[in-house]
Write a protein of this length. Structure first.
Length: 106
């Protein structure tokens, strides 16, 4: 049985994601990916560039390359899987609630 992927809320993605960069796939020549990084520069996940950019072009309705890139980022921000940001969310929650941090002097 396949588990359904859960996505984080868009507002949370805006707080976590620092950059989306188009890069060459390291194992497959001539394949481009869109790698998602958090605000500290840590890689979170990646997407197939061809698929996301095709979706961003909305069947060819968007022609301007900057508009396509912006649309691709918007798509990605709405599709960040929760498993990709578990560690970031834990760190953020600990920083937001200092009572969760242990300042043990033992």
């Amino acid at each position: 049985m396949t588990e359904e992927v859960k996505f984080i809320p868009y507002e949370t993605a805006l707080k976590i994601v620092g950059n989306v960069i188009e890069e060459e796939h390291i194992h497959e020549q001539n394949r481009r990916i869109l790698t998602v990084y958090d605000k500290q520069g840590n890689e979170l996940c990646w997407y197939d560039a061809k698929e996301i950019l095709a979706e961003a072009q909305q069947g060819g309705n968007i022609k301007d390359s900057d508009a396509v890139k912006q649309a691709a980022v918007e798509i990605i921000l709405r599709q960040i899987p929760d498993w990709a940001v578990e560690d970031v969310l834990k760190k953020t929650k600990a920083q937001d609630d200092p009572g969760l941090q242990c300042n043990c002097s033992d």
